[in-house]
Design a protein around this ligand. Structure first.
Ligand code: NZQ
Ligand code: ZN
Length: 389
């Protein structure tokens, strides 16, 4: 194992009924002015909004609502939230939603507490600022990003055409309430794309050094197998509690830093998807689904042993009479088949990209991930994007 330091400051309350059981008591530990943040309104349709506002009213909170947080939250929306938080002397923020709402709120909690230009001092130059963000709690309503247990806040700067975010531990939510039943109403496409995002986070970590025997890779394999079982089950029956709860916890496990311990981590597919998102506003998990197979076809020979291990331990492919290269290619093919099975797009065209002319600019704007098995360059990224088209 490589050296590491591990800390995760988020307290998790997991399971059926956890909001009803714990939110009131938790809120008593915070001040009166609460910013309740959410997205486009799904929480009003599925009853989550009523459940939470009743609890806040019962605890005598002054609630300021910050709504309409869009998927792929923009820096402009962050600034709107920060102004609202300052104006109302917000004591704590409660984010109710998925990655977009949680990320936007982390960014608001930081921006509201910082006097300088938070985009250039934090999103552009990671780790430079050192302020205490407004305390943030989250109620997760859709699984995928794992944002509930990390300090990541992925924000799109529309003017600069950059989508980015690093893990700033002070932005870890103070607490996360995770009731799998809250995800029963998530539509199929979002269930699939969020589920694939989980798988992507695990693969991005697994397909990187170290390759020696290590617990992180063993846990990753178990998590990947769990997603391969539970995602189709949740798509078949959206109210399957076992499937929904396993996906919810897998999502957290993928991004709470545990499986990253001792690993270089890659995240090249994420870097490409983020810039694809900055240019096209595509759905995060759908963008990843398109990019992963061509990216892995590009690099698998440089990480051959790990790709063989993936084929055997994750997909159960038999090695009988096959070369390492054949095995590795079969593993990537199994991944591509799974993407089709869960109904996600497999080409940039299906994702809504009309012609190839924007691809060079997207490739040029991507960060190169140093942890990739492949020797990645902007030219390589363009080749992968062309292949994905
Ligand atoms: O906005 P509403 O009306 O609530 O609808 C949302 C949205 O349309 C809907 N939804 C959420 N809960 C629901 C529900 N619909 C019905 N029932 C429910 N219970 O789901 C849609 C998608 O929500 P969103 O939050 O956008 O999805 P996701 O969780 O996939 O978040 C995506 C964002 O997170 C970033 C992505 O780049 C993207 O911006 N990421 C954040 C990461 C992090 N902080 O660690 C890591 C990821 O790799 C990712 O980059
Ligand atoms: Zn992701």
């Amino acid at each position: 194992m490589n050296n590491f330091i591990f800390e995760n400051s988020t307290k998790v309350y997991f399971g059926k009924g956890c909001v009803k059981e714990f939110l009131a008591g938790i809120m008593d530990g915070y001040g009166k002015n609460v910013m309740l943040a959410y997205g486009g309104g799904s929480i009003k349709r599925n009853g989550v909004y009523d459940e939470i506002t009743d609890i806040l009213a019962d605890r005598g909170k002054n609630v300021v609502e910050f709504s309409g947080i869009m998927s792929n939250p923009t820096y402009k929306k962050v600034m709107e939230g920060a102004a609202l938080a300052r104006k109302n002397n917000i004591d704590m923020m409660l984010a109710v939603g998925g990655g977009s709402v949680m990320d936007c709120c982390k960014a608001v909690s930081l921006a509201a507490a910082y006097d300088g230009d938070v985009w250039s001092d934090y999103w552009e130059k990671r780790g430079i600022i050192d302020v205490e963000p407004i305390p943030l709690g989250v109620v997760v309503t859709v699984t995928g990003t794992g944002s509930e247990c990390n300090g990541g806040a992925v924000i799109t700067n529309e003017e600069k055409k950059i989508k980015t975010g690093g893990d700033y531990p002070k932005c870890n939510p103070k607490f996360a309430l995770m009731d799998p039943e809250y995800t029963f109403s998530v539509p199929k496409m979002q269930t699939a794309s969020g589920g694939f995002d989980i798988l992507s986070h695990i693969m991005e970590t697994y397909f990187s050094k170290t390759d020696e025997d290590n617990i992180s890779d063993d846990i990753s394999e178990a998590l990947m197998r769990s997603i391969i079982r539970n995602l189709p089950a949740a798509l078949k029956n959206p109210q399957d509690y076992t499937a929904r709860s396993n996906l919810m916890w897998a999502s957290t496990m993928a991004e709470n830093r545990i499986i990253k311990l001792g690993k270089a981590c890659d995240f090249q597919a994420h870097q490409i998807e983020h810039q694809l998102g900055a240019y096209t506003d595509c759905n995060h998990g759908c963008g990843l689904a398109v990019i992963h197979p061509p990216y892995y076809r590009y690099i698998y020979k440089d990480g051959l042993d790990k790709f063989v291990r993936f084929a055997v331990n994750v997909w159960g492919i038999s090695a009988d009479g096959k070369s390492k290269e054949e095995m590795a290619a079969e593993g990537v093919q199994a991944l591509a088949g799974f993407i089709k099975e869960i109904g996600l797009p497999t080409t940039l065209r299906e994702l809504g990209v009309k012609d190839k002319s924007i691809l060079p600019e997207i490739a040029e704007s991507c960060n190169i991930a140093p942890g990739s098995y492949g020797n990645m360059t902007k030219e390589a990224i363009l080749e992968i994007l062309n292949e994905s088209f």
